[in-house]
Design a binder for this molecule. Structure first.
Ligand code: EPU
Length: 435
């Protein structure tokens, strides 16, 4: 485990390229389980969640790995098991993506049900109901979902429009791609990660209509073929994180390797906050020579404001002129960062029946402090706050940040930040190491 030591107050300047999208990679890699043959996936980030998914897939009999250039070569010709081990599955929610592919490809899956996590309760009932609607026999026993089927049968599935679940859309779309007949998913997720996975499946021979829209129509095929090559899109959340770094440090930062249309609401809000935003094909530049102004945000499924960037944007609101109101409408625990930001002199309070609204009164300057990353995006928010705070901050819980960012500090170092990663030694040598 590591911690980050950050000296705040550096102005960030320069250009960096975003890694491939972590969440799109999780979808595409899981989808390779459907392909009888070799898939080659480029631009895969080596975040710990992606590495965990690769371990899970290997435990199922898949042969494959990710090389140093971010290319994963995966041979899923033979799947030998349908019971991914719980010690890997419980590490991350994205592991449930393998359920749909296993069920439809080999007719069985027995997988631990992920529990709640730091950002909320996160059940998988939509996924399980979807599998049942497709004709599988689905049971929940001893904390596991056990599902079996002969061949899944196409059907009509109506998703809750408040959520348009990303994970359930992925699982149902993947399962339906080898089902008999047509499956219609209403209120499907329009998220770029779902689009990316669908595009990979189309290359492999799947028949999916309506990709990127609210209704997906999946016409099942008998088999998906091998030798598919695909490159994952840039990570819009990593890009958003770096762009906020530029804005809160009065800097001038360009992020390349992304599709700016994936960040439309986020970029609109940046402009509304008085940050200069320049959009060009494949890249976005922000410059900010003055104090940003307050904005209000309500998170929503894509193309709404992304929940993953809500904690990140809260850092900008913390130093903006005026009062911002942020409502988190997707996850019930995604304001965990509030208490840690308050330790850095931010003036934020949580209101609302479930505490899902944050009222943020901007202050002129945050103050460096020791803080702990409770989850991935909360950790990224604390890093951004540390970059613009005065003095030193020490961030622990960095393993949570590493789940979704491939060496996050590297890009900020390129832009002129002062960050050091220090291994935290535990066990009998801990005292000696700290002396
Ligand atoms: N929900 C249910 N039942 C279900 C599924 C979802 O009630 O069966 C609820 C959730 O509890 C939540 C809402 O529906 O309140 C939306 O959840 P969704 O299923 O869309 O999220 P997810 O698939 O679990 C993915 C990303 C998240 C991202 C969300 C929303 C992956 C591995 N995770 O989660 O990413 O926040 O979509 O965009 O793709 C992150 O990267 O930091 C992260 C948390």
């Amino acid at each position: 485990m590591d911690k980050l030591l950050v000296q705040g107050g550096r102005c960030l300047r320069g250009t960096v390229r975003a890694h491939g999208s972590k969440n799109a990679s999780l979808g595409v890699l899981a989808a390779t389980l459907l392909v009888e043959g070799v898939s080659t996936i480029h631009n895969v980030p080596r975040t710990s969640d992606v590495v965990t998914l690769m371990e899970i897939m290997r435990s199922l009999g898949v042969v494959g790995d990710i090389d140093d250039d971010g290319t994963a070569v995966i041979d899923a010709s033979r799947i030998l098991a349908y019971t991914p081990t719980y010690h890997l599955v419980r590490r991350m929610r994205g592991s449930f993506h393998v359920a749909g592919p296993l069920l439809t490809r080999i007719g069985a899956v027995d997988i631990g049900i992920p529990g709640g996590c730091a950002i909320g309760s996160r059940p998988v009932d939509f996924h399980m109901r979807g599998f049942e609607s497709l004709g599988a026999d689905v049971k929940q026993r001893h904390g596991r979902m056990i599902a079996r089927c002969k061949r899944l049968q196409g059907t009509r599935i109506y998703q809750d429009p408040r959520y348009c679940s990303v994970g359930a859309t992925l699982n149902i779309m993947m399962a339906a791609s080898l089902a008999e007949g047509t499956t219609v998913i209403e209120n499907a997720s329009r998220d770029p990660d779902v689009v990316e996975t669908a595009e990979f499946l189309l290359k492999a021979g799947a028949q999916i209509e309506g990709v990127g829209g609210p209704t997906l129509e999946v016409h099942g095929v008998e088999k998906l073929a091998g030798n598919v090559e695909h490159s994952v899109c840039g990570d819009r959340i990593e890009a958003g994180t770096i762009l906020i770094g530029g804005a809160v440090s009065n800097g001038d930062v360009t992020v390349t390797g992304i599709n700016p249309s994936h960040l439309e609401r986020f970029l609109e809000k940046l402009s509304e906050a008085n940050v200069d935003v320049q959009i060009a094909p494949g890249q976005v530049r922000v410059t900010c020579g003055r104090r940003p102004t307050a904005v209000d945000i309500v998170t929503a499924p894509h193309p709404g404001f992304p929940t993953d960037l809500q904690p990140i944007f809260a850092v900008l609101a913390s130093i903006a002129e005026g009062t911002s109101v942020f409502e988190e409408a997707i996850f019930d625990g995604r304001l965990q960062y509030v208490d840690e930001l308050r330790r850095m002199n931010a003036r934020i309070r949580r209101v609302g029946n479930s505490g899902n609204v944050a009222i943020i009164d901007g202050v002129e300057q945050l103050s460096g402090a020791p803080v702990r990353a409770s989850d991935l995006r909360a950790g990224a928010a604390l890093l951004l706050a540390s970059l613009c705070a005065d003095g030193e901050s020490e961030i622990t819980g960095v393993e949570n940040v590493d789940r979704g960012y491939d060496q996050i500090e590297e890009k900020f170092l390129t832009l002129g930040a002062d960050i050091r990663r220090i291994p935290v030694i535990e066990g009998p040598n801990a005292l000696e190491a700290s002396l």
